[in-house]
Design a protein around this ligand. Structure first.
Ligand code: S3P
Length: 440
């Protein structure tokens, strides 16, 4: 276990940085590439653990993949072109996205396939995936709680489904979309708004997918069993990883930061909308299209004052991975911030709502929590002057990175356990901070 102890903070900075490639787009390009015909070339793929789990899982299914220096070649063998064998076990590691999306691609497997994961992934809910995939015709062997490890057995006789995705979960929606690719006929999904990378990539590849949107829901129709050719893709930077550096800049003194080539798909920028409502002035420059996704450079300067927010619930799903870091801004805001209907946060890599409140309390910030909400009593003069120990029991990457940013912004003597957890989504995190002059 790696413990990180903060040794040196930086007074002010003016930097231009790149963060690692977007996790959601990386996993999608690998999985969808595996279903294409020909060789896909994916650039700027991060060497993070979630991506390595995805690559090794696909290799176990007979897909040839070369990955070096952030460039990846995937030798796709068409829809359902996996080499199924008896007794295959796929270890999804820490990655809910990989495990859940892959299950969608396995609904035609002629043999039982076992999916396992690490301690954190093994406590997460798979009922949300099992239910719709059973409707297509797949069978599952799982424990009562419907967590990993589980087994899936596909079917030759798949039928398209009508699915109502009520949680605002892009993983559920995408798993069903990927299952629909292998299913004859038209699958229809009504989905509460969530990140739409799967839809955009399939549209970009000219697959028969239609999306009709209103304010709260998307109506998605996919016609299955259409083969498609391999493609090239360049993964843009990850907004969720940028969020840590955006907040570091906002809470530092007289500092300025530009983060280059970030995915600013509106379904990922709920975080920016929320902090800008709180008084930040984060801007996008050089906006452009990247393989059907909107990207830009993100520009941010330090800010002295923040307002509390009663956070609109319609922004929840578009900021779901950024709430921990948003809570740091709320801690420094004047007034009481209120975030509600966030039950999904406790179903992530760790019970994040509970842990956030615990960390804030350690910092001397008053919070009131319920099962799915948190009130944060902000203090514009917040400073930490004591020793803080964070034992990151679930090895949650975002708990680790949020704690590091809190330590760098608010002071105190912090020891943060399970430093290696950031490798699951953002392997360059500590390296970038070191380049900026911070020491650990
Ligand atoms: C993801 C969707 C979100 C998010 C996760 C990545 C994706 O999960 O928290 O980090 O790539 O589809 P849910 O779909 O469970 O909300």
């Amino acid at each position: 276990m790696v413990k990180v102890v903060i040794k040196k903070r930086v007074n002010q900075f003016n930097e231009v940085i790149n963060v690692d490639g977007d996790k959601s787009l990386s996993i999608r390009s690998l999985l969808i590439g595996s279903q294409s015909f020909g060789i896909c070339k994916i650039k700027n793929l991060p060497k993070s653990e979630d991506i390595l789990s995805t690559i090794s899982g696909l290799k176990k299914l007979g897909i040839k993949i070369y990955f070096r220096n952030k460039i990846c070649f995937i030798y796709g063998k068409g829809l359902n072109g996996f080499d199924y064998k008896k007794n295959i076990v796929i270890n999804a590691g820490n990655s809910g996205t990989f495990a859940r999306l892959l299950l969608g691609l396995l609904i035609k497997s002629p043999y039982e396939l076992k999916i396992i994961g690490d301690k954190s992934l093994s406590r997460r809910d798979f009922k949300r995936i099992i239910n719709p995939l059973e409707q297509f015709g797949a069978k599952f062997i799982a424990n009562k709680k419907k967590t990993l490890p589980l087994k899936i057995l596909g079917s030759e006789y798949l039928k398209p489904i009508n699915f109502f995705e009520k949680k605002g979960s892009a993983q559920c929606k995408s798993s069903v979309i990927l299952a629909a690719l292998n299913t004859p006929g038209k699958t229809t999904i009504v989905a509460k708004k969530s990140r739409n990378h799967t839809e955009l990539l399939l549209k970009h590849l000219k697959l028969p997918i239609k999306v009709l949107s209103n304010k709260k829901h998307d109506l998605i129709e996919i016609t299955g069993q259409r083969q498609f050719k391999s493609f090239d893709y360049v993964i843009p930077g990850d907004m969720s990883s940028s969020a840590f550096f955006i907040v570091l800049t906002l809470l530092s003194r007289n500092s300025k930061l530009k983060i280059k080539n970030i995915n600013i798909n509106p379904s990922r920028t709920g975080f920016i909308k929320i902090i800008n409502k709180m008084g930040a002035k984060v801007k996008f420059a050089n906006k452009r299209n990247n393989y059907g996704e909107l990207i830009a450079d993100v520009c941010v300067v330090s800010q002295r004052k923040f307002k509390a927010i009663n956070c609109p619930i319609e922004l929840n799903s578009n900021a779901i991975d950024e709430f921990l870091i948003i809570f740091l801004i709320a801690s420094k805001a004047s007034g009481i911030s209120y975030f509600k209907k966030l039950g999904e946060l406790n179903k992530k890599e760790s019970p994040r709502l509970e842990l956030a409140s615990m960390i804030l309390k350690k910092m001397g910030v008053k919070t009131e929590t319920s099962k799915d909400s948190i009130k944060i009593f902000g203090n514009p003069n917040l400073k930490v002057n004591k020793k803080i120990l964070i034992n990151n029991f679930y090895k949650d990457h975002r708990i680790f990175m949020t704690s590091v940013i809190a330590a760098l912004c608010f002071g105190g003597e912090w020891t943060i356990e399970d430093g290696e957890s950031h490798m699951s989504s953002f392997p360059s995190f500590l390296r970038i901070l070191r380049k900026m002059g911070y020491k650990f």
